[in-house]
Design a protein around this ligand. Structure first.
Ligand code: NFS
Length: 628
C-alpha cells in the first residue's frame, strides 16, 4: 500500500485486516477515507486556526510571514481568531458528549415513569451512589422513585444558571479550590456552551487568554458533568462493566451468518439491538432464510459500550467503518450519532448492504432511516434485525471477502472493578496501585485515548505507545478507538504482562490485573478522571491530579470531541499530549504543574493560538517542520 504524496512504503495502516480490505477497495475501485485523504488536501490556513468566519466582512485569512502582526477587517488579531476557532471546536465536541449524556438520562427518566418497558435499572447500587452525589435521600425509596429523582437532578444540572455543577465536588479538594480561585468552576453545561458561542460572536470577547479560560470552564462542564453523568447513568441502566472476554477485528464477521454492524455512540440503541439479535425467534427466522445464525459486531464507541457490558465483538475503530462493508458480508449497518461518515453510503451501494440511520439528530442522504424511540425500543430493534435477515438472500457470494484476522480480548475495567481487583470485595481500594507507584514498581499511568485519522498510519501511533509504555513499567488505560486498536493488535489480554517491564509485570501477576486496561468509550474518559481523583484521595502521591505521574495521549485524534477531552483533562491538572503518528508534539499540558491561569495562558500560547501549535491541535498534516 502506498501513498502518492509520501511515496512507496507508506503504510496506510499497521492492521493486516485493514490492509487486506484496502486491496479489495483498490481492486474494485471503491473510494474510502484512506483514498480520499490523498485527493483532498488539508487547508493549511484552516488547520492553523488562522481563518476567521465569524462575520461577513471576511472571511479573513492570516497568511504570510507577518501573519502574527496582521489584523482582520474588524481589527481582530490572529490570537483572537485562533482562540475563537478553538473554543467553537470544543463547543461542538463538548455538546456531543453532554447531549449523549442527556439522552441516557432521559431514558432513565422514562424507566422511572414506566414510559418504556424495555429498559430497567440494572445497577441499583450505582443508582444509590449517584443519588448520594446529588444529596438525594435514599432511605425507604424504591429504585424507580430514586431513578426519577436522580434523572431530574441530572437534567437540572445541565441547565444551572449560576450554580456550579454538582459533580465538581468529585474532583480533589485542591483542584476545586483552584477552579474557584480562577473563576473557572463550571456552571450548567448548557449555560457554558451558550456563553462560549455568545462571547465568540463578532465584536465580543477579543482577549485570547480570556476566551481560552472560558474554554477550559466549558470543557470542565462536559468532563465533570455531561460525560461523567453519561457514564454513571449508563452503568445504572445497563450495568457497571466488569471484565468480559471477546474477540476483536473484522475476522469476527461470519460468512455463514447474517452480519449486523452497530455503529455510533449511545448504548440506548445498541443494547436493544443486542437483545434483538439474541432473540431465539429471530435466530430461527435467520435460519429460515438460509443463514446459520446472527452475528452482531460493533464499530466505534457504541461498540465499546456493548463490548464491555455484553461481550459483543468489536469489528474495529473508526477507520474500519467502510472496511467492514467492503467485506460484502454485512447485511445491515445500523447507526445512531457521531463519527458515522457519509462515505458509508457510497460503499454500501456497491453491495447489498442496508445502511440504516436511527437518530432524529443524524440522517444521512442516501441511507434508510428508521427512527428510534425509547418507548418502542425493542420493537424497533427487532424490526431492524428483521430487515437485516430479509436482506441475507440478496448477498452476492462472489463478493464476500472477510479477513481472518481477529484477536482475543478482555474488556470492561470500570473504576469500580479496578478497585475491587486491587483490593478484593471487602477492602477494595487503590492502595496497592498507589503503593506500587510510590515504590517504583509501576512508573505511572498512561491513558491512550481517541481516534484514528487517515492522515497518519492507522493504529501505529497508538500501538507504539502502548508497547513502549508497558515495557517501561507504565500501566496503560485505553478508551475509544485507541481501545479498539489495542484489542485488534492483541494487547488486551492478561497474558500481556509477559511483555511488560519487570516491575509492572510483577504487580500484574500478583493482582491479576492486565497491563493494558480497557476502560470504555470516549465518554468513559470520565472514568479516568474518577480514577485520578481516587488515586489522589488514596494518598501518597500528592494532593492534586497534577502531582500524579500520569499522562493522557491522543496520538491519532481526528475530531472536536477529542479537543474537548484534551481541554478538560488539562483543566483537571492532567499532563496531556496531542500528536499524530505517535509523535507526541502539541503539549497542551507541558506546564501542568502551573496554576490554571498559567495553564490557560499555556493553552493559548501553545495550542489554540500559536499558528504552528494550533495546527498540531486542529489536525494532523504530515511531519512537524522540526521533525521532518
Ligand atoms: Ni471518540 Fe468515539 Fe473513535 Fe474518536 Fe469517534 S468513535 S467518541 S471520537 S473516532 S475515539
Amino acid at each position: 500500500m502506498t501513498d502518492k504524496k509520501k511515496g512507496n512504503g507508506y503504510a496506510k495502516s499497521i492492521d493486516p485486516a485493514a490492509l487486506e480490505m484496502l486491496k479489495v477497495a483498490e481492486e474494485k475501485g471503491i473510494s474510502t477515507m484512506f483514498s480520499r485523504v490523498d485527493e483532498v488536501s488539508a487547508c493549511p490556513i484552516g488547520a492553523e486556526g488562522a481563518c476567521c468566519k465569524v462575520c461577513f466582512m471576511g472571511p479573513c485569512r492570516f497568511i504570510g510571514k507577518e501573519k502574527e502582526e496582521k489584523h482582520g477587517v474588524c481589527g481582530a488579531s490572529l490570537a483572537t481568531v485562533a482562540a475563537r476557532n478553538y473554543i467553537r471546536s470544543c463547543a461542538g465536541g463538548a455538546s456531543a458528549h453532554a447531549d449523549h449524556g442527556r439522552t441516557i438520562v432521559e431514558t432513565l427518566l422514562a424507566v422511572a415513569r414506566k414510559q418504556t418497558p424495555d429498559y430497567a435499572v440494572k445497577d441499583p447500587i450505582k443508582l444509590r451512589t449517584v443519588a448520594g452525589y446529588f444529596d438525594i435521600e435514599t432511605e425507604g425509596k424504591d429504585d424507580l422513585q430514586l431513578a426519577e429523582e436522580v434523572a431530574l437532578a441530572a437534567l437540572n444540572d445541565w441547565s444551572k444558571h449560576n450554580e456550579h455543577q454538582t459533580y465538581v465536588k468529585r474532583a480533589p479538594k485542591k483542584r476545586q479550590e483552584l477552579w474557584e480561585k480562577l473563576g473557572v468552576t463550571p456552571r450548567g453545561f448548557d449555560r457554558e456552551v451558550v456563553d462560549s458561542m455568545h462571547r465568540t460572536h463578532a465584536g465580543g470577547d477579543q482577549d485570547a487568554e480570556h476566551i481560552m479560560d472560558q474554554c477550559v470552564r466549558m470543557c470542565l462542564a462536559s468532563g465533570w458533568g455531561g460525560s461523567m453523568l453519561a457514564t454513571d447513568v449508563s452503568d445504572i441502566l445497563f450495568g457497571t462493566p466488569k471484565p468480559v472476554t471477546s474477540e476483536a477485528n473484522l475476522g469476527v464477521l461470519e460468512a455463514k451468518n447474517v452480519n449486523i454492524i452497530i455503529h455510533g455512540h449511545e448504548p440506548v440503541l445498541s443494547e436493544m439491538i443486542v437483545d434483538a439479535a439474541q432473540d431465539p425467534e429471530l435466530i430461527e427466522y435467520a435460519k429460515s432464510k438460509g443463514a446459520e445464525g446472527i452475528t452482531l459486531a460493533g464499530i466505534c464507541c457504541t461498540a465499546n459500550e456493548v463490548w464491555m457490558r455484553r461481550g459483543v465483538p468489536p469489528a474495529g475503530n473508526s477507520l474500519h467503518q467502510e472496511l467492514a462493508l467492503l467485506t460484502g458480508a454485512v447485511e445491515l449497518m445500523v447507526t445512531d450519532i457521531q463519527c458515522v461518515f457519509q462515505g458509508l453510503v457510497g460503499v454500501a451501494n456497491q453491495f447489498h448492504t442496508h445502511l440504516v440511520t436511527t437518530s432524529s439528530k443524524a440522517r444521512i442522504e442516501g441511507a434508510m432511516h428508521v427512527e428510534f424511540h425509547e418507548d418502542r425500543a425493542l420493537e424497533i430493534a427487532r424490526d431492524i434485525v428483521k430487515m437485516a435477515i430479509d436482506n441475507f438472500p440478496n448477498r452476492d457470494g462472489g463478493q464476500i471477502h472477510i479477513p481472518s484476522h481477529k484477536s482475543p480480548v478482555v474488556a470492561g475495567f470500570s473504576h469500580e472493578y479496578i478497585r475491587y481487583m486491587l483490593g478484593g470485595k471487602f477492602r477494595g481500594s487503590f492502595v496497592p496501585l498507589n503503593d506500587n507507584i510510590v515504590n517504583g514498581k509501576i512508573q505511572g499511568a498512561a491513558a491512550i485515548v481517541g481516534c484514528n485519522n487517515p492522515r497518519t498510519t492507522q493504529d501505529e501511533g497508538i500501538i507504539n505507545l502502548v508497547k513502549s509504555f508497558i515495557q517501561n513499567d507504565v500501566l496503560v488505560l485505553v478508551t475509544g478507538c485507541a481501545a479498539h486498536a489495542s484489542g485488534k493488535h492483541g494487547f488486551l489480554t492478561p497474558e500481556m504482562f509477559e511483555n511488560a517491564g519487570p516491575g509492572l509485570s510483577e504487580v500484574c501477576e500478583t493482582t491479576g490485573m492486565p497491563p493494558v486496561l480497557h476502560v470504555g468509550s470516549c465518554v468513559d474518559n470520565s472514568r479516568i478522571l474518577t480514577i485520578l481523583a481516587e488515586i489522589v484521595e488514596t494518598g501518597g502521591l500528592g494532593d492534586d491530579i497534577d502531582q500524579v505521574p500520569a499522562v493522557g495521549i491522543s496520538p491519532e485524534y481526528y475530531c472536536e470531541k477529542a479537543l474537548e477531552i484534551a481541554t478538560y483533562c488539562v483543566g483537571s491538572g492532567a499532563y496531556v499530549i496531542f500528536g499524530g503518528g505517535g509523535v507526541a508534539r502539541a503539549r497542551l499540558g507541558r506546564r501542568h504543574r502551573d496554576p490554571l491561569l498559567g495553564l490557560g495562558r499555556e493553552v493559548r500560547r501553545q495550542a489554540g493560538v500559536h499558528p504552528r501549535l494550533a495546527r498540531d491541535l486542529r489536525g494532523f498534516h504530515g511531519p512537524h517542520p522540526e521533525e521532518a
